[in-house]
Design a protein around this ligand. Structure first.
Ligand SMILES: Nc1ncnc2c1ncn2[C@@H]1O[C@H](COP(=O)(O)OP(=O)(O)OP(=O)(O)O)[C@@H](O)[C@H]1O
Ligand SMILES: O=P(O)(O)OC[C@H]1O[C@H](OP(=O)(O)OP(=O)(O)O)[C@H](O)[C@@H]1O
Length: 216
C-alpha cells in the first residue's frame, strides 16, 4: 500500500527556496501558493502533498503529525523548543542572522556597562531571554509578532532582537546592529513517529534534500 506524505511549508522565501530541493527528489508542486488560495497543494506525485502554513506554525504541524515533515528556520525552531521533531538536515536556505539593534543615537555599550534595565521588543523572546541572561544584561522583553524595527522609533522599546540579512530594513529605520546573536538558516524537520513508520518512503527524499543542500 502506498503511503501518503504531507510536507509543511510557509509561503515566500521558504517555499521558493525549498522548490529546487524538492525537484532534486523528483517532486514538483503543481500550483503556486502566491496565486492559489488553496492551503493543500498537489504535486506531480499523487502520494505527496504540500500544506501551506505560517512559518512559525510549521513545527507544530510536524510535531503533532498533521504533516510528516516540514521546513522551518532555526529562529522558529528555537522558539518552538523542538519537541517531537527530528532535525536531520541544515538545508542552508533562508540564511540570515539574529541580532540586537538600537536607534543610531543610543549608546548600548554604556547602558549595558551601567547595568541599565533595557526594554527589548522581539518576536524571539526565548532566544532573546537566553542571550541576555548569558551576558548578564537586565531586560524587560516585549513580545511582538512583526515589524520589530518600529518599536524603538516610537518609544515602545530601547532595543530590538530581529533577523537581519542585507541590513537595509535597519538602515531605512536608522537602527544599528550592536550584537550578533547567531547565524540562522532553515532546517528540515521530521515527525519522529513518521520517521519510523514511513522510513522507506521518506528516505530517498531526505537523501535528495541532503545532497542538494550540500552544494549550496
Ligand atoms: N530577510 C531574511 N533573509 C533571509 N531569511 C530570512 C529573512 N527573514 C526571515 N528569514 C528566515 O525565513 C523564515 C521565514 O520567514 P518569513 O518572512 O517567510 O516568515 P515570518 O513572517 O517570519 O513568519 P510568520 O508568518 O510565522 O510570522 C524565518 O523564520 C527565517 O528563518
Ligand atoms: O536585513 P534585511 O535584508 O532588510 O532583512 C531583514 C528583514 O527581513 C525580515 O522581515 P520580512 O521577512 O518581513 O522582510 P522581507 O520579506 O522584506 O525580507 C526581518 O524580520 C527583517 O525585517
Amino acid at each position: 500500500m502506498s503511503q501518503q506524505l504531507t510536507l509543511a511549508l510557509s509561503k515566500g522565501r521558504i517555499f521558493e527556496e525549498t522548490m529546487p530541493l524538492l525537484q532534486a527528489a523528483g517532486i514538483t508542486v503543481t500550483e503556486d501558493p502566491e496565486t492559489s488560495r488553496k492551503l493543500i497543494l498537489p504535486t506531480n506525485d499523487p502520494d505527496v502533498r504540500v500544506i501551506i502554513v505560517r512559518a512559525s506554525d510549521v513545527p507544530t504541524y510536524v510535531q503533532y503529525g498533521a504533516a510528516d515533515f516540514g521546513v522551518a528556520g532555526k529562529d522558529v525552531l528555537l522558539e518552538h523548543g523542538g519537541e517531537g521533531l527530528y532535525q536531520p538536515i541544515d538545508l542552508n536556505i533562508a540564511k540570515c542572522r539574529m541580532s540586537v539593534a538600537v536607534p543610531t543615537g543610543f549608546d548600548y555599550a554604556s547602558a549595558v556597562r551601567q547595568g541599565a534595565r533595557l526594554r527589548v521588543a522581539t518576536k524571539y523572546v526565548e532566544t532573546a531571554r537566553q542571550h541576555f541572561a548569558s551576558k548578564g544584561v537586565h531586560v524587560d522583553l516585549i513580545k511582538l509578532y512583526g515589524s520589530m524595527e518600529l518599536a524603538p522609533l516610537v518609544g515602545l522599546s530601547d532595543a530590538i532582537v530581529d533577523l537581519v540579512s542585507t541590513g537595509s530594513t535597519l538602515r531605512a529605520n536608522h537602527l544599528l546592529e550592536v550584537e550578533h546573536i547567531m547565524e540562522i538558516s532553515s532546517r528540515l524537520v521530521v515527525n519522529q513517529a513518521a520517521l519510523k513508520i514511513k522510513r522507506e518512503r521518506l528516505r530517498p527524499i531526505l537523501e535528495a534534500f541532503e545532497n542538494a543542500s550540500k552544494g549550496r
